[in-house]
Design a binder for this molecule. Structure first.
Ligand SMILES: Cc1cc2nc3c(=O)[nH]c(=O)nc-3n(C[C@H](O)[C@H](O)[C@H](O)COP(=O)(O)OP(=O)(O)OC[C@H]3O[C@@H](n4cnc5c(N)ncnc54)[C@H](O)[C@@H]3O)c2cc1C
Length: 407
């Protein structure tokens, strides 16, 4: 068995580590010519951290990320709506981690490089074609200079992200990336720690939301490298998504200063934090419609290529890691085509549920609910929404996404 993995993002690299741990040969082909620490903050939930711990990566995670202790939802005036413990503090046997996406990615790339060997992970190789028959699959990769080469394997996995080439080939009628009209502005800055230095806050209302969490130590013991995201609607939900060149471009503070000014959080001066941020990016909040199937013979999709989702609820990387675990186990047990179908049968419905829930706000619906009933704030949150309502939203999402302590 030889598995070809197109895409060396978090999903593709974790799959490679898992296959290697099971004695299955594989190789990763990544389109980017150079691996750089790109992105800002990302969260990885306990159900997928458990899989990384099984790979022996806990010390490396602790070196690049922060163990998240709790999560608080607030309104835009900083009034507390809901607090819940996270990771080990919630009763899991492993932590939740908040990380710089680029540092996490580089850690995984390094682990694959060291464990599988340099030849097993190749940059500058873009998947541009494939053929399959009863005996195997041949994938074509194209280098930056246009040189192509054919690689033989038993299985081809498209872990090539939200703009997946393989997805387009398997589903030519798929309508492509969907944008809900919400723009996200993001950055990371060295900033005074809040709430113990290991907590996450999501605050806002129906107009705009702020997500705030530390992702690494700061320049002094009482400071943290703090990730922030502000997002708000800037276009109709039916608007076409911005062109590819407008993803992850530099964000201009003037575009969202008025939104930051509405956020009156007692523990952080949001406008000052934004002003101090060296680099600001803007990302459209995009996903794609769930697919009817992922697998075709010896070929399938994984992670964002299969089920990109809005970044609410911290599930993008987590679900890609769960895909990898499922697929690696099945490839060990069954012939290729049967394994890919069994993988799809397990993971497609599970991830479709998360994609759909994220479209309506995921766990952040607790904020929307309270904002709709008390847009100017409240004296007591239990006079606005009952404990049962808030529990249903947050715990319902945790069960759906598979990270509830008692599923
Ligand atoms: C540059 C970048 C920055 C990101 N920043 C953040 C962030 O700050 N916060 C956050 O929550 N999420 C971020 N994400 C998304 C997040 O990493 C994913 O949602 C999640 O980790 C699932 O990972 P994935 O491996 O499925 O997809 P991705 O992480 O998107 O990885 C896909 C990989 O496939 C490669 N690729 C694309 N086409 C081809 C091809 N034809 N052949 C071979 N390789 C190909 C891409 O270069 C990429 O490395 C970012 C993704 C990228 C690519």
């Amino acid at each position: 068995m030889r598995v070809l993995i197109a895409g060396g993002g978090i999903g593709g690299l974790v799959l490679a580590l898992m296959l290697h741990a099971r004695g299955v040969a594989c190789a990763v082909f990544e389109a980017a010519t150079e691996i750089r620490p790109l992105g800002v903050g990302i969260n990885v939930l306990p159900h997928s951290i458990r899989e990384l711990v099984r790979l022996g990566l806990l010390p490396r995670l602790d070196a690049v990320a922060v163990r998240t202790r709790r999560l608080t939802y607030m309104n835009h005036l900083g009034q507390r709506i809901w607090t819940e413990p996270r990771g080990i503090h919630a009763g899991h046997d492993v932590p939740q981690f908040s990380a710089h996406r680029g540092r996490l990615h580089c850690m995984l790339w390094d682990a694959v490089f060291k464990r599988l060997g340099a030849g097993s992970v190749q940059a500058g190789q873009r998947l541009t074609g494939f053929n399959q028959d009863a005996d195997g699959v041949t994938a074509q990769f194209t280098a930056f200079d246009g040189a192509t080469r054919d690689i033989q394997g038993d299985v081809l996995i498209g872990a090539d992200g939200i703009h997946s080439w393989l997805r387009a080939r398997l589903h030519p009628l798929d309508p492509g990336v969907r944008w809900n009209g919400i723009q996200m502005w993001r950055g990371a800055v060295d900033w005074p720690a809040f709430d113990g230095g290991d907590a996450m806050v999501v605050a806002g209302d129906g107009v705009a939301k702020l997500v705030l969490y530390p992702i690494a130590p700061g320049a002094a013991p009482d400071r943290r490298l703090t990730n922030w995201v502000i997002y708000a609607r800037v276009a109709e939900a039916s608007a076409p998504p911005p062109g590819r060149e407008h993803w992850a471009r530099a964000g201009q503070p003037e575009a969202f200063r008025h939104l930051a000014g509405r956020l009156a959080l007692p523990f952080v001066d949001v406008e000052a934090m934004i002003a101090a941020t060296p680099e600001i990016f803007e990302y459209p909040m995009c996903d794609r419609d769930p697919l009817p199937c992922w697998s075709s013979g010896r070929v399938t999709l994984l992670g964002d290529a299969a089920h990109p989702m809005y970044p609410v609820g911290s599930n993008g990387a987590s679900q890609a890691i769960l895909d990898a675990r499922c697929l690696a186990d099945l490839l060990l047990e069954q012939p290729p085509a049967a394994a890919l179908l069994a993988y799809e049968a397990e993971r497609l419905p599970a991830t479709t549920g998360v994609v759909r829930s994220n479209r309506v706000g995921g766990p952040e619906r607790v904020i929307d609910l309270v904002a709709s009933r008390a847009p100017l704030g409240f004296a007591r949150v239990d006079e606005v929404a009952t404990e049962a309502e808030l529990t249903n939203i947050t715990q319902g999402y945790a069960r759906l996404a598979g990270f509830a302590v008692i599923p």
